[in-house]
Design a protein around this ligand. Structure first.
Ligand code: ACO
Length: 165
């Protein structure tokens, strides 16, 4: 794994990260109007949802629920959020009730891009999925980011379809 720059930290997103996360996500897409209370409600919901143990080999024999949402932030030496990304763990029936990780909403602040923060974030999200016992992790990205994800160890398979409302 690559190392964080001095003073930078990677950790689970907290309700106090409201402004930093919302600002960082602007490099990804149209964020829209998200009042602080809705951010707090969403983080609280993410913290509460668990995937029950359902037979993944890596979980052994015990019943060990895991969090379904793992939102991460990277903060810089002054505590500012400079990157964010989430893995969502999906419980399936196929693959013997296997787990699939979905990496979502990856964003590195414009002035922090090119410092390996994106790579580091993906490495950490991937490790969460591996430890959870996922048999694979998937994500959607635009063509311009394919090379970035290849550098993170991902391979290009299939096509993305969308039905937009
Ligand atoms: N094309 C080709 N190579 C790239 C690209 C790219 N678009 N982006 C990064 N790389 C390369 C870097 O050059 C580096 O290569 P090296 O190790 O040989 O030097 C390697 O990939 C790692 O790059 P990082 O410095 O970790 O990339 P960065 O921190 O800038 O993060 C990211 C990349 C996340 C794509 C960032 O540019 C960003 O936030 N972009 C805008 C939002 C976005 O597109 N997010 C991804 C959406 S997909 C999703 O959310 C599932």
């Amino acid at each position: 794994m690559v190392s964080l720059p001095k003073g930078y930290q990677i950790r689970r997103t907290e309700v106090g990260d409201y402004l930093g996360v919302m600002d960082t996500l602007k490099v990804l897409t149209e964020v829209g109007h998200v009042p602080r209370e809705q951010f707090v409600e969403t983080i609280t919901y993410w913290n509460s949802v668990q995937v029950p143990w359902i037979g993944s080999k890596s979980h052994g024999n015990g019943v060990q629920p895991i969090k379904a949402y793992d939102p991460l932030v990277i903060t810089n030496e002054s505590g500012r959020v400079v990157a964010t990304g989430t893995i969502v763990i999906e419980a399936k029936l196929i693959h013997s009730c296997g787990l699939v990780g979905h990496i979502e909403d990856v964003a590195v602040a414009s002035d922090q891009q090119g410092k390996q923060l994106g790579l580091l974030l993906i490495e950490h999200l991937t490790e969460i999925g591996r430890k959870a016992g996922c048999y694979k992790i998937i994500l959607d990205c635009s063509v311009k980011n394919v090379e970035f994800y290849k550098k993170c160890g991902y391979t290009q398979v299939g096509l993305e379809m969308e039905f937009r409302f």
